[in-house]
Design a protein around this ligand. Structure first.
Ligand SMILES: [Zn+2]
Length: 280
């Protein structure tokens, strides 16, 4: 179709933010950060390369996820510890906070709960911002690497994609059969992963993560959480994923508990108050 005469004018219409966040309840970051300063380490779990591991984080505690031996990205699933139906909702998180998350942003839960599950309190890669390609880190636009897409594109079965790693780890933690655990695995927060969309074709891209050993992202658990983290077979995602070709490294998960009284005045967020009557 030829362009209409007013094509340029139509393209020049300025964008409108879908979800202005001025009325979004804001986290009390100074309170969280003060509580973190006096918190003590209570648990450490290492995620092996091309595998996943679980850790539970009580509400009011902190989860630090760190790069250790070399550049490595991770795929994170979050669940309410007592209810697998309440899980991280990457689509709504990106609608509220944008394509990538950093300090002050929150990870929201699925309908009908829709409440903050976790708040980012520290991000050592916060300096990265948005690069010249439109890339940034800690993506909530990707899904997770998975054996189904791999099968479609290559015809091979590869068993150590993040989707399968998360499935195995969740099955082991819960005792659920593998096929049942798989149904709870959801689109992830891509820890340390540097991604964006190409400006010309709109395609999802990845590039070598700027993460280095010692970098971390730290979350404040707003509710009791079960976190499942996969060390992606893509390694730093500079070349390929969904195979054993990339150099992979472990990731570290650590839980910190604040001192008694450090969170006075904080209450866990309630589930969303919508009536659920849907007009009936
Ligand atoms: Zn992956």
């Amino acid at each position: 179709m030829p362009e209409p005469k007013d094509a340029a004018a139509r393209r020049d219409v300025p964008p409108v933010i879908c979800y202005p966040v001025e009325t979004l309840p804001q986290p009390d970051l100074p309170l969280y950060q003060a509580a973190r300063a006096g918190a003590r380490l209570v648990e450490t779990v290492t995620v092996a390369p091309r595998d996943a591991a679980t850790i539970t984080v009580p509400g009011g505690c902190f989860l630090r996820m760190s790069s250790v031996d070399g550049p490595q990205v991770g795929d994170l699933n979050l669940f309410a510890a007592d209810d697998l139906s309440e899980r991280f909702y990457s689509g709504k998180t990106r609608a509220l906070h944008g394509t990538h998350i950093t300090t002050g942003d929150r990870m929201w839960s699925s309908f009908p709960h829709l409440r903050p599950m976790a708040t980012v309190v520290e991000d050592t890669l916060g300096w990265y911002g948005m690069d010249q390609f439109g890339g940034s880190v800690h993506d909530v636009i990707g899904t997770r690497c998975d054996p189904y897409t791999g099968r479609l594109l290559s015809g091979d079965d590869y068993h150590y994609c993040c989707h399968s790693n998360l499935t195995r780890a969740l099955a082991t933690h819960t005792g659920l059969p593998l096929a049942e655990a798989e149904m709870h695995v959801h689109d992830v927060m891509n820890l340390f992963m540097c991604t964006g969309f190409t400006r010309d074709t709109g395609q999802y891209f990845m590039k070598a993560s700027p993460v280095r050993p010692g970098d971390y992202l730290e979350l404040f658990a707003e509710i009791d959480l079960l976190a499942v983290l996969s060390a992606c077979p893509g390694g730093d995602c500079s070349t390929v994923h969904s195979s054993d070709d990339a150099a992979c490294h472990p990731l570290l998960m650590q839980v910190f508990v604040p001192a008694d009284g450090a969170l006075d005045g904080w209450v866990p967020p309630a589930r969303n108050a919508y009536s659920r009557t849907h007009g009936v």
